[in-house]
Design a protein around this ligand. Structure first.
Ligand code: C5J
Length: 228
């Protein structure tokens, strides 16, 4: 497939499918479903559901076009040895990281709440990056996996826009990747933070990257497949 042009802001971004990965950040039950980490912090988790269907669209088109698809999950080892004490002590949640909840221990690897929601379940062969922090590059092998595949461009979906999506895009941008956030595939417990988070990415000529959406992403990949 030849190089494509994806409509985006602040301007179109060239995409080479062979060098582009779809990166889906932390679409986990712990953030999207009642009883998980997000709800323990007092958030309305229903606000994140709006990103699921658009992400499903982006995921289907990425798979059909043969893009590398990478999923991430935020969470900790069962002994919490990789969880900074400052993170464990933060805020006044109804349950802390590691406490037992209706979906198992909060934000702990291997528990039901740590799993990616069923609609977006990883397919066999798609890398799943388990990360202890907000950024997907911090203390993970994501950079190595992307570089080994020759990836230089990331289309990014996930939750939450201003936390793990933003941190990951900033980390990626500093490492030289070109990032396009698919805006409707991202969501926040705070709609204003979502809106401003996307604005921050594309401001100043694209200081952190570009912003597009699932429909444009799917249409661009589909048109290229038809022309091939
Ligand atoms: C948060 C995330 N919000 N995945 N994590 O704590 O954005």
């Amino acid at each position: 497939m030849a190089e494509l042009s994806l409509p985006a802001e602040p301007g179109p971004i060239a995409l080479d499918p062979a060098r582009t990965a779809l990166v889906i950040i932390d679409m986990q039950r712990d953030f999207l479903e009642p009883g998980g980490f997000g709800e323990t912090l007092g958030n309305d988790v229903a606000l994140l559901q709006r990103a699921v269907d658009p992400t499903k669209t982006a995921l289907g088109s990425a798979r059909a076009a043969g893009l590398l698809v990478v999923h991430t999950r935020e969470g900790h080892r069962p002994d919490l040895a990789d969880a900074p004490p400052a993170k464990l002590a933060r805020g006044a949640p109804s349950r802390r990281i590691g406490d037992a909840g209706p979906m198992g221990r909060i934000l702990v690897r291997g528990e039901p709440g740590h799993e990616i929601v069923a609609e977006l379940a990883p397919a066999p062969g798609e890398p799943v990056i388990d990360k202890p922090g907000k950024g997907a590059f911090y203390e993970t092998d994501l950079d190595l996996i992307l570089r080994n595949r020759g990836v230089d461009t990331l289309a990014v979906c996930g939750v939450t826009t201003e936390v793990c999506v933003h941190t990951t895009i900033r980390e990626a941008n500093d490492r030289g990747y070109r990032c396009v956030a698919l805006g409707d595939c991202c969501a926040s417990y705070f709609p204003d933070f979502h809106r401003v988070g996307l604005e921050m990415i594309k401001a100043q000529g694209g200081i952190f990257g570009w912003v597009s959406g699932s429909a444009a992403f799917a249409a661009t990949l589909a048109a290229a497949r038809r022309a091939a």
